[in-house]
Write a new protein. Structure first.
Length: 559
């Protein structure tokens, strides 16, 4: 007697796939497609291109021209937040810039003396040549000013008048500079003076006073030196006063902080300065000096008499003019005229051989003194110093605060007085007081760990990879894995039961596939008894058991 028996075999993948029903095949296909799509999207997002700035702060006209050219060149681009910059992939930045520069974009770029190289000299008038030179000089100055760290953009306008042959009618050149500063940056006095000196030195015959510098808000940053009463001069004087006050305040803090502590002293100084310009001129005359110590201005000698005629030959112009007495002296005479004898002694008597008269005029001492008063002289200083109460700890560890004594305040006042150069004649005042400082309690609660910036940045960087992995695992476990489990199950195959098989089953009983080995408890349960009955039936009547299994596999109702 032979019977058909279903035993498990290992078929091929095609046979397993063919054994699936329509719903299982559809689920497997959709799961595989979704898993592959999620993997591709995650890979593309993980390898997203890095964007770099191509141009920033372009005018609207130049920005539109650049974007249109990028579209024609098939170069991807995007805008930064606020539209202040045009971004392109990092590997195409320099190539794109060179291609756009070859087409003259952006047109708003500053050009210098290369205008002279590109200009066609043939047929150019003198006015056009002079205008091209002026534009090139303005461009070169603009480039130089833009190299400063604080300057973001700049415009230079030069006024170069035509010069004629008349020197008195020649006009001096002038210039105007508008600078756009970076956010949070300013120009100090040294940088402003450097810009003015740069522009004035680049143009012949230009006075630094003729250079005006403005910022993007229209505020005049430079002021001519002769405008003493202008707003710019007042601002400069105010800045100087603030520097003086800060200098004195820092001196007070430096001398008191080592004594009372860094956070236990506050100092404010008010300085009154005199910026008036004064000039005085004085002439001083010294009293008359002795003849031997004085300088001779002029001297007149007159000789007459027989002795004088015999001693000296006649001189002078012949005629009546020689015989006339000399006129009065034009300069004041120090000392009365004296008669000098032939021996050289100064006397008023007349000698026997003749008479000699001498008139000597001496220089008058004169001193001219010009005194110019300096500006920014300190007229008066007022200092106010606040000291915190002293903190002390007793033997029990109790912390107490107490005001300084009068002796200690006097010492502190003496230190401040010597530090600022106190002058009673100048009217300086110093006030040093001690009061308890009020400390504000600031409760800074730390951020929770899930709001830490580092953790948020890490979460943003891992969002795409983890999201891709999660959805991929979801599709894999929900759609692909059930289908793969079905494919992994062995398919039953019908074989004919022969006597040889019966002999094998006689030696070793066939165990049903549905019965899984379980560990037997100490006392047999009802299920164990039923299982033992089934095994006994299999050993006693294997043919009947084979027929029952066959009907189960074929889906037929048991007889």
């Amino acid at each position: 007697m032979t019977a058909a028996l279903a035993i498990p075999v290992n078929p091929t993948f095609g046979q397993r796939l063919a054994g699936l029903d329509q719903s299982q095949k559809l689920r497997l296909g959709v799961g595989v497609v979704l898993f592959v799509a999620i993997g591709i999207v995650g890979l593309m997002m993980g390898r997203q291109a890095e964007w770099r700035v191509l141009y920033a702060n372009l005018p609207d006209k130049d920005g539109g021209a650049v974007v249109a050219q990028l579209s024609q060149m098939n170069v991807p681009y995007q805008y930064a937040s606020g539209g202040g910059a045009i971004l392109v992939p990092a590997d195409k930045v320099y190539d794109t810039r060179l291609k756009l520069a070859s087409q003259g974009l952006p047109k708003g770029a500053v050009t210098g003396f290369e205008l002279m190289d590109n200009a066609n000299r043939f047929g150019m008038t003198q006015f056009q040549e002079r205008l091209t030179f002026q534009r090139g000089l303005e461009g070169e100055l603009t480039r130089t000013i833009q190299t400063m760290a604080s300057v973001q953009s700049a415009r230079v306008h030069l006024a170069l008048p035509n010069q004629n042959g008349f020197f008195r009618e020649q006009q001096k050149p002038s210039a105007s500079v508008m600078v756009g500063l970076n956010a949070g940056r300013t120009l100090d006095r040294g940088q402003l003076a450097g810009i003015i000196h740069l522009v004035s030195s680049s143009v012949p015959e230009m006075d630094p006073k003729a250079v005006s510098v403005l910022d993007e808000s229209g505020k005049l940053l430079s002021t001519p030196a002769e405008a003493g009463g202008g707003l710019g001069a007042d601002a400069q004087q105010l800045q100087y006063v603030q520097q003086i006050e800060q200098l004195y305040s820092s001196r007070i803090l430096d001398i008191l902080e080592p004594v009372v502590g860094r956070q236990n002293v506050r100092a404010q100084v008010t300085a009154e300065l005199d910026f008036s310009q004064t000039e005085s001129t004085s002439e001083l005359f010294k009293p008359n000096q002795t003849p031997d110590a004085s300088a001779i201005r002029s001297q007149q000698l007159l000789e007459s008499g027989a002795g004088a005629a015999g001693a000296n030959p006649p001189t002078g112009v012949p005629g009546a003019t020689t015989n006339q007495p000399p006129g009065p002296s034009a300069a004041p005479i120090n000392g009365a005229p004296q008669t000098v004898t032939a021996a050289g002694a100064s006397t008023g008597a007349v000698g026997a051989g003749g008479r000699r008269e001498s008139v000597i005029n001496y220089e008058v001492d004169k001193t001219v003194r010009v005194v110019r008063g300096s500006t920014g002289v300190v007229k008066r200083i007022s200092a106010a110093v606040i000291l915190n109460h002293q903190t002390s700890t007793d033997a029990k560890g109790k912390v107490t605060t107490a005001a300084m004594s009068d002796a200690q305040l006097e010492k502190m006042t003496a230190l401040v007085r010597e530090t600022i150069g106190f002058s009673k004649d100048r009217g300086d005042t110093i006030n040093v007081v001690t009061v308890p400082f009020t400390k504000e309690k600031v409760n800074l609660e730390p951020l929770p760990w899930w709001q830490q910036p580092e953790l948020l940045d890490l979460a943003r960087s891992l969002a795409w990879p983890l999201g891709t992995l999660f959805f991929g695992a979801l599709v894999l476990m929900g759609a692909v894995r059930p289908a793969l489990k079905v494919l992994a199950q062995p398919l039953p195959q019908q074989v004919e039961r022969t006597g040889q098989l019966d002999a094998i089953e006689a030696d070793e009983p066939v165990r049903p596939m549905l019965a899984a080995p379980v560990s037997k408890p100490t006392e047999p349960t009802q299920a164990d008894l039923a299982l033992e009955d089934a095994r006994k039936l299999t050993r006693d009547n294997p043919a009947a058991v084979a027929n029952i299994v066959k009907t189960w596999i074929n889906g037929e109702a048991p007889a």
